[in-house]
Every structure is written in C-alpha cells, then in structure tokens.
Design a protein around this ligand. Structure first.
Ligand SMILES: [Zn+2]
Ligand SMILES: [Zn+2]
Length: 289
C-alpha cells in the first residue's frame, strides 16, 4: 500500500484523517479540553464553586468535577492525580478514548492547570457574619519580637487551626502583622481564647481578657472579646530595675523568672505574670556575641 505524507508533519502514513496523520489529528483534537481555567475557591473551607454550588471534597474529586463541568473529556478517565498549591491545582488526567471514529482508542495523559480565584462560600459567609467576633493581640515587653519568636507564634497558630479544623470552633478571619506583634481576628471568642492560651503556654507571657458589649441579640448581650497576650522578650543577662533595686535576669522559662540583685547579690523568683504586672523598668539588654 502506498504511503501518503502528512501535510503537517511530513510523516508517511497509510491514510489521512481529515487531511492529516493520526498524531497531528490528536494534537489538534485533544481528548481533554478545559475551557475555563479559573475556579472560585472558598478561602476558609476550600470548597470549589461548580455548577452553581459550593462543593467540598478531595482535590482529585473536585478537579474531576470541575473538568467535567468546564471542559470536555472524549473518552473514559483512567487516572487523575492532582497537585495543589495556593495558586491552583495541576491535574494529570489519563484518558482512554479516540478523537475520531476512524481512529483506534488510545490512552493519553494530559496536564491541566486550574487557577484559584479566592472567595468565601455561602456557609463560611454565614459563619463570619454571626459577628461573635474576638481578637487575640500579641505584643511583647520590653524588646520587639524577633523573627524566631514570630515564626514560632505563626507556627503555633497554624498547628492549632489544623487540629481544630473539624471542630467547627470558628475561623480566623484575619491576621495582621504589626511592627510590635500580631492582631489575630477570629469569628468566635472560644477560638480566640484557645489560641491565646496555647501561645501563653509555650512562651513566657501573660494573658489579659477584656469584654466589650457590642450589641444585644435575642435578649443576650453580645461581647467583643480581646485576649491580650504579652510576651516577655528579655533574656538572661538583661538588667531590670524593680522597686527593690537593679536586678540581673539569671534565667527565665514559661512560668518563672529568676533574678539576682546586683548590689546585695540576693536572689528573687517571680512568676512571669508578677513580673509583667509590676512597674518594672528594663534598662539594659544583654547582647550575645
Ligand atoms: Zn502529521
Ligand atoms: Zn467555605
């Protein structure tokens, strides 16, 4: 049988499909096509907006649903693998099918990228609008938080969100990084209190709670709670001035601080809370080399 050259790639083939070889035809008529590459994703619960509904599920399930809604699959899906990051997901779809009735079915793997556009789904919006809001204010005394402590705090928060994910205790609606600490806004006082005390338990600090009445709902007062976590950032060697005199910090842990009077050499032990609520002046920072 005489071979015919494909006008597109020049390959010699037995027959042409609509004027081209099978490979060129497949290239121009892929088995998987995605027409809309952007997906709305809820930034709180991860739901995707598919066919007018917010859908939750594993990335591979969501990807497949999105693909069948916003794209076309000529054939049967054999395998879906999805890699997800903040910008979106990349799905590797393996499909068995044929782009043309004269062509034998074949197995082809396509890489399809979906870009996330962040939004808030209806149920998360409802949760947020309940307005039983609270804030965790993290501040330091006397020196600014160093990068290591900042990282540690963010890590603690991340771990807690992860642990609490299933418990419906509320959401963090915003985290503001300030020069002197963090403001963490939450949709529930319980969540704010929990975060405040988890941080408190892991760093030398003390917590002050304040409640402000912001309204009344069904005869009950609605409070805006503030949990102020003050973190003690001084180190052994730093000098402080108390009512008793100048003291050097000997050591410090999450509960206690040991001090030594510079003149009398007498030792003194205080809780972190006692130290932070006394009118102490920090006068010298020990620099380590
Ligand atoms: Zn060709
Ligand atoms: Zn949501």
């Amino acid at each position: 049988m005489a071979k015919i050259p494909c006008p597109y790639c020049g390959r010699l083939v037995d027959r042409l499909i609509e004027g081209m070889c099978e490979d060129c035809y497949l290239e121009r008529h892929p088995l998987v096509v995605l027409r809309e590459k952007r997906a709305l994703k809820c930034k709180y619960c991860g739901a995707l907006f598919i066919r007018g509904k917010w859908v939750r599920g594993k990335p591979a399930e969501l990807f497949t649903k999105f693909l069948s809604d916003k794209g076309e699959i000529r054939g049967v899906i054999e395998k879906v693998e999805v890699e997800e990051n903040e910008e979106g997901m990349i799905g590797r779809v393996t499909v068995r099918g044929s782009p043309h009735e004269l062509m034998e079915p074949r197995v082809v793997t396509y890489e399809v990228a979906v870009e996330y556009i962040y939004d808030i789904c209806i149920s998360c919006r409802e949760m947020l609008s309940r307005k039983e809001a609270a804030i965790v204010q993290i501040r330091s005394t006397p020196w600014p938080l160093d990068d290591l402590i900042k990282k540690k705090i963010l890590n603690i928060i991340e771990q807690e969100i992860f642990k609490l994910k299933e418990k419906k205790i509320g959401f963090i609606s915003n985290i503001k990084q300030l020069k002197n600490g963090f403001d963490i806004y939450t949709t529930s006082a319980n969540l704010a209190r929990h975060l405040a005390y988890v941080i408190h338990n892991q760093l030398p600090s003390h917590v002050i709670e304040t409640a402000k009445v912001v309204g009344v709902k069904d005869g009950r007062k609605i409070y805006f709670m503030t949990y102020s976590v003050r973190i003690l950032t001084c180190k052994p060697g730093d000098i402080v001035k108390t009512r008793e005199g100048e003291m050097q910090i000997i050591n410090i842990n999450n509960k206690y601080i040991n001090l030594q009077d510079i003149n009398t050499k007498k030792y003194m032990k205080l809780t972190i809370s006692e130290l932070l609520s006394s009118d102490i002046i920090f006068i010298k920072q020990q620099h380590f080399t």
